[in-house]
Design a binder for this molecule. Structure first.
Ligand SMILES: C[S@@+](CC[C@H](N)C(=O)[O-])C[C@H]1O[C@@H](n2cnc3c(N)ncnc32)[C@H](O)[C@@H]1O
Length: 250
């Protein structure tokens, strides 16, 4: 995929089209994790900052932040937020050997989800390289377990209405559009876009391989309305989730 073209096309309607983690985060956990690592002596990079949705949380908590993104359209919107301690730069974060001045804190929310799997590993390595030793990264990543669990819940919803699994319209499972190899590798289609999703154990492996020591992998839980247009009264916890990974550069 040509990410620059894709994201520049979405930029004008970004807020309507793209999932807002902060609005959906049931327990406001992401904000707490940012505050936990914040310090007026620390510098940070927001990898794939988009239109700067995280700046209201990052800017008051850090000395200086660099927002990096591939989309000029989104960077323009991010600039309009007007944070004095945020500098913005266009960069393709999937390119090897990015030259970035090292920082204390790396933040990356729903970016490392390329269907071309190598790009995810290169981006993880870039994040690791951009940190001082001992620096922390907070990353939000799509969960394969959550995608499978949501579909299982959908089957339950139909069953309670008297519809057997074999009778459920095929379009309800449009998420799992790829072949077996895609599915095994965590490629799930969101709004028609192939999107890499991760299992818990896979994260343990790939973060270690990128040079990180994991300090926490937690669920960032969302309301069921983020998955289904109509949510039955009985559908409660466990809720759908992204992974929140906290790790330290070893
Ligand atoms: C789902 S949005 C998330 C944006 C932001 N982190 C947020 O949570 O609102 C994905 C972002 O990644 C950026 N992106 C996609 N591919 C990229 C690449 N190769 N290099 C840098 N940024 C990229 C997009 O432009 C977009 O802003």
């Amino acid at each position: 995929m040509n990410e620059k073209k894709h994201w520049d096309r979405i930029a004008p309607s970004y807020n309507d089209e793209i999932f807002d983690v902060y609005a959906s985060d049931k327990k406001k956990k992401l904000q707490r994790f940012i505050r936990k690592h914040g310090s007026k002596n620390k510098t940070a990079i927001d990898f794939g900052c988009g239109n700067g949705k995280s700046f209201p949380y990052l800017a008051p908590n850090f000395k200086h932040i660099v927002g990096l993104d591939i989309s000029k359209g989104l960077l323009k919107q991010a600039k309009q937020r007007g944070y004095a301690n945020v500098d913005l730069k266009q960069a393709d974060l999937t390119k090897q050997n990015l030259a970035l001045a090292p920082v204390d804190f790396a933040f990356c929310c729903n970016v490392i989800m390329f269907p071309e799997l190598k790009k995810n590993y290169t981006m993880l390595a870039n994040i690791n390289k951009a940190l001082h030793t001992g620096g922390t990264a907070i990353m939000v990543l799509p969960s394969l377990d959550s995608a499978l669990f949501s579909s299982w819940r959908l089957i339950e919803m139909y069953r309670k209405e008297g519809v057997e699994v074999s009778e459920i319209p095929a379009h309800e499972f449009h998420y799992f559009k790829g072949n077996k190899r895609d599915l095994i590798q965590g490629i799930v289609h969101i709004e028609g876009v192939p999107t890499k999703h991760y299992s818990y154990s896979e994260l343990q492996v790939i973060c270690k391989e990128a040079g990180f020591k994991i300090t926490a992998i937690e669920k960032l839980e969302y309301h069921w309305s983020t998955e289904f247009a109509s949510v039955p009264e009985w559908l409660k916890e466990p809720y759908p989730w992204d992974w929140l990974v906290e790790c330290v550069k070893d």
